[in-house]
Design a protein around this ligand. Structure first.
Ligand code: CMP
Length: 139
């Protein structure tokens, strides 16, 4: 049964580009409630832990370097059907394939620097959310 929560991170390209405010506005206007949020920076090692599932992929080393290159804004979000609706809002991983009006179409620079992350399942949303936030940080 869906938990109605998902996890997201505004990635270094979007934070550095000054797009985090516009992105958060789109998220709230789409009906998501922010349950937890902070600005932080990953070490390459922590980025590697977060993306461990991709450790065999050819892009893994570059991805970890990129994700630790600047500040990020991780958030836990709440909405009915959160995981699927959020992935619709952000669009395809590769911005070249993202639909018009999606966050990645508007703000992503490349398949790697693609502005924002969205969990792909309820299970991963819970795992990824607890990677960044203790239960007492969630409201
Ligand atoms: P995300 O789906 O949030 O999590 C995995 C990330 O790996 C993805 O966003 C991109 O940032 C990155 N990624 C996925 N596919 C590629 C690829 N083909 N080349 C480079 N980076 C990729």
């Amino acid at each position: 049964m869906p938990t109605n929560k998902t996890f997201t991170m505004i990635k270094p390209d979007a934070v550095q580009g000054g797009n985090s405010g516009a992105i958060i506005k789109m998220i709230e206007e789409a009906g998501f409630r922010i349950v937890a949020a902070k600005k932080t920076k990953l070490s390459a090692e922590r980025a590697g832990e977060f993306y461990a599932v991709h450790s065999e992929r050819p892009f893994y080393t570059d991805l970890c370097a990129y994700m630790s290159s600047g500040p990020i804004i991780p958030m836990i979000l709440e909405k009915e059907n959160a995981v699927a609706d959020f992935r619709k809002l952000i669009g395809a991983t590769n911005p070249a394939n993202a639909e018009e009006g999606t966050i990645r179409k508007l703000y992503a620079q490349s398949v790697e620097a693609n502005a924002i992350h969205g969990s792909d399942s309820d299970e991963n949303a819970a795992i990824e959310g607890s990677f960044f936030f203790a239960h007492t940080e969630q409201f």
